[in-house]
Design a protein around this ligand. Structure first.
Ligand SMILES: CC(C)(COP(=O)(O)OP(=O)(O)O)[C@@H](O)C(=O)NCCC(N)=O
Length: 463
């Protein structure tokens, strides 16, 4: 296996031509790209990792050559600009990894771009699995990501509106790729593209018939605060859209379909492109917002309460709720005074039954809403929002605009985020600025309502 791998790589990864002959040497034979693709496809998963390590380790940059050229460039600093530029160009050429030619050759082969997208997905999986030598694989990923970013730049993508008249195979893929609110059946799919709905996808000529990222939009009178009203049975699939009923566009689901394009920012571009499309169709449309799930809130809260009950056991008062609120929890749950209320609350929330009890729901609404506001606004991972969906929309320049109680009362919604959903609002004239502030200073644009909830959390807890 090892031998075959080395033999193949040595054969298909052409040596880098010398700087002087770089424009005179014909490109490597197409057969080499084909052989590489065929060999790679036949490998099992773990052997693919080995091949990628050998490719990135043995066929990358000639570091000794680079060091030598760096020395030479240092010597020419005082020389004329032409000499400096020439020395820099030699260095630039030496910094191009040897495997780049192979990747270029593959991209020109039939199905080659899709092959490279899937190969990067394997790379990302290998990197996530942490069982590889670090730097070379990361370098290969960096090279491949920059090539893919150029090929999939927004100017080369086609925006496709998906309708009930779209080919079955596209509709089937759209329903299969839907990662946020699963499509249950054809009626469901028909509603997604029916009246007061829009569905758009980006496609690329190199990957025909493959929706790269899909955005589902609801056209509503005002900004939605509940998902069931969007994805539930629609009264009349043949209703004619009444433009006067449409003042807002609600992005209620977005999914990228190619793991290998992670980091290429397609979702952000699609949202901006669809906004322009909708403004053209509905010139008076002014409100653009998501209605987003909050995956991870429930488990974050469970962890917090677990930490609390340990602290409480050690006498450290449970400060997420006020004394008054804890007492109400005890009363509402018929808990014997002095019994561990935190444990009881954890159990209640995990069971998901509490939303059915009016009294508990009323009692827990202010508590859970301020905890959720803090989870979205205050909890960070490497300085950015911990919640991945928040991070995505905030990177796009959206504003953390409104938390909605009882927004998703499905079992999944209650279990995942206590039934709460959030609107990330796209104030079009502010997105560029917000995005810059978020990416540079990690500062989150949030509405006064949300900041009010955050302030309530901070008042109640000395966390
Ligand atoms: C939210 C999505 C569409 C963002 O994709 P994209 O804009 O390409 O970002 P990235 O993957 O380039 O970082 C993507 O992360 C995704 O499909 N997430 C799972 C479904 C979801 N909406 O959370």
């Amino acid at each position: 296996q090892q031998g075959a791998m080395d033999e193949l790589l040595a054969r298909v990864v052409a040596p880098v031509p010398s700087y002087e002959t770089r424009d005179k040497v014909p490109p490597p034979p197409e057969a080499d790209s084909g052989d590489f693709m065929m060999f790679y496809r036949r490998l099992e998963r773990e052997h693919r990792g080995r091949l990628l390590e050998r490719l990135s380790g043995g066929f990358g940059v000639d570091h000794r050559r680079v060091a030598e050229l760096c020395g030479r460039l240092a010597d020419t600093q005082s020389r004329d600009p032409a000499t400096v530029l020439q020395a820099e160009d030699r260095l630039r050429y030496a910094l191009t990894p040897r495997y780049r030619q192979l990747l270029n050759g593959v991209s020109r082969a039939d199905g080659g771009v899709k092959f490279l997208v899937d190969l990067r997905a394997d790379l990302l999986e290998l990197m996530a699995s942490k069982n590889h030598e670090g730097p070379n694989i990361r370098d290969l990923n960096g090279t491949l990501k920059s090539m893919l970013s150029e090929w999939f730049s927004v100017g080369l993508l086609q925006l496709q509106r998906i309708t009930w008249q779209s080919p079955c195979e596209i509709l089937q893929k759209i329903s299969q790729y839907e990662a946020v609110h699963p499509v249950r059946n054809w009626t469901d799919m028909k509603r997604r593209v029916g009246p007061y709905r829009r569905c758009y996808a980006f496609t690329h000529a190199a990957m025909p018939g493959e929706p790269l990222v899909v955005l589902h939009v609801a056209l509503t009178e005002d900004i939605s605060d509940n998902i069931q009203s969007i994805v539930r049975e629609f009264a009349n699939l043949d209703a004619k859209e009444d433009v006067n009923q449409i003042n807002a566009a609600i992005f209620y689901s977005i999914s990228s379909t190619q793991a290998g394009l992670q980091g290429v920012e397609l979702g952000n571009y699609l949202i901006k492109r669809v906004v322009r499309e909708l403004q053209a169709e509905f010139p008076h449309l002014t409100s653009f917002s998501s209605l987003s799930p909050i995956p991870g809130f429930s488990s974050w809260l469970q962890g917090l309460l677990l930490g609390l009950s340990r602290r409480e056991a050690r006498g450290g008062g449970p400060d997420l709720l006020s004394e008054q609120e804890w007492r109400e929890v005890e009363e509402a749950t018929g808990l014997a005074p002095g019994a561990p209320a935190v444990e009881e609350l954890r159990r209640l929330l995990a069971a998901g039954e509490w939303l059915r009890s009016e009294r508990l729901a009323l009692l827990l609404e202010p508590v859970l809403m301020r905890l959720c506001a803090w989870y979205l606004y205050g909890e960070k991972r490497r300085g950015y929002a911990l919640n991945p969906v928040a991070n995505f929309h905030l990177q796009n320049g959206a504003t953390l605009w409104r938390l909605n109680w009882r927004a998703d009362t499905s079992p999944r919604g209650v279990a995942g985020s206590c039934g709460i959903m959030v609107n990330y609002r796209y104030f079009l004239e502010e997105t560029a600025r917000n995005s810059g502030l978020y990416l540079q200073d990690r500062s989150i644009a949030a509405s006064e309502t949300v900041m009010g909830l955050v302030a309530q959390f901070q008042k109640n807890s000395k966390l």
